[in-house]
Design a protein around this ligand. Structure first.
Ligand SMILES: Nc1ncnc2c1ncn2[C@@H]1O[C@H](COP(=O)(O)OP(=O)(O)O)[C@@H](O)[C@H]1O
Ligand SMILES: [Mg+2]
Length: 298
């Protein structure tokens, strides 16, 4: 169970560069909920995940994992029950360690000391079996440095490391966005398998709206630090990419109106206003050239 309660995160508060990245966000996820998160650049998606992971401390509000208040816990402690995979294939693994050393580190998360250190034969067998299931030939490369692996292999390894200790919460931040379509699809399938297998409670940011609809049982759309639209259950199953584009378009209309009325009262725009960051409805040509329906900002 994850609860984000009235969380605000402000960068550079009380300065001319003040940025409200999260504006009183609340989100409650039941056990095994799989929530996909979409929104334009700068909407606050990564900040939300970073607050949950303990990487950022919010200015106000609380974060609970299974009724445990983790708001003030540092990320290395939260990492015992929250697994993460980032967009950057370099970020989730240690390049100078071997595949085996990386896995061993992840394996020891949340386990007692004795178990942590040694690389026993039994552990190695477990690693081989898990790696074989990734279908990337990594089971024969246990002693290879992770830095020598491809992006797809590293993301699959990061995913394995983030999931096989059965975290209470799994956070995925555009973890397939840097991969080519075939590898992205492979890592997406591995993600679904891991989530099902361990019954994980998952929060996944994606730029790909078709993917946001296809995966998970809930979807949230973020904009300007807020959750502005939600779908779940049958409503999510029946929704189309066009429905999501229509929701984005509504945001733009509201914003244009807000800006228009605000223009009648002369004032200084603040840096917190993401005026140039609204998602645009793609033209028909960009829809054709973009079969995955990636939401790209202008
Ligand atoms: N570490 C940071 N320092 C300063 N500003 C940040 C930082 N991280 C994010 N921001 C700002 O907070 C807002 C939300 O960013 P982010 O959560 O990364 O958006 P998203 O992941 O939806 O693209 C943006 O305006 C961004 O510039
Ligand atoms: Mg982000």
């Amino acid at each position: 169970m994850l609860e984000v309660r009235d969380v605000s995160k402000i960068f550079f508060p009380h300065t001319p560069n003040e940025r409200v990245a999260l504006d009183n966000v609340s989100l409650r996820m039941a056990e095994r909920d799989f929530v996909t998160v979409i929104g334009s650049n700068g909407a606050g998606k990564s900040t939300l995940l970073n607050v949950v992971a303990g990487a950022y401390r919010p200015e106000s509000g609380r974060v609970f994992v299974d009724d445990r208040d983790v708001t003030k816990e540092p990320d290395f402690k939260v990492a015992r029950y929250v697994g993460r995979v980032f967009q950057d294939p370099m970020a989730g693994t240690c390049p100078n360690g071997t595949v085996e050393q990386n896995l061993s580190m992840a394996f020891s998360r949340g386990k007692r000391r004795g178990l942590r250190q040694s690389l026993t034969r039994a552990k190695r067998e477990i690693f081989r079996k898990e790696l074989r299931a990734l279908d990337l030939g990594l089971e024969d490369r246990l002693s290879v440095d992770v830095g020598l692996l491809s992006g797809g292999q590293r993301q699959a390894l990061s995913l394995l490391m983030a999931t096989f200790s059965k975290p209470r919460i799994l956070l995925l931040d555009e973890h397939t966005a840097a991969l080519d379509p075939a590898r992205a699809e492979h890592v997406t399938q591995l993600t679904e398998t891991a989530v099902d297998r361990y019954g994980l409670t998952t929060l996944m940011v994606t730029h790909n709206m078709a993917q946001a609809l296809r995966l998970g049982n809930r979807l949230i759309m973020m904009h300007a630090g807020r959750i502005v639209f939600e779908l779940e259950g049958d409503a999510k199953k029946n929704a189309t990419v066009q429905d999501l584009l229509d929701e984005f378009a509504k945001l733009k209309v509201v914003t244009d109106r807000t800006l228009f009325s605000a223009a009648e009262v002369p004032r200084q725009p603040t840096p917190a206003e993401p005026t140039d960051e609204w998602p645009q409805r793609p033209s028909s040509t960009s829809t054709v050239s973009d079969p995955d329906h990636q939401l790209r900002d202008p």
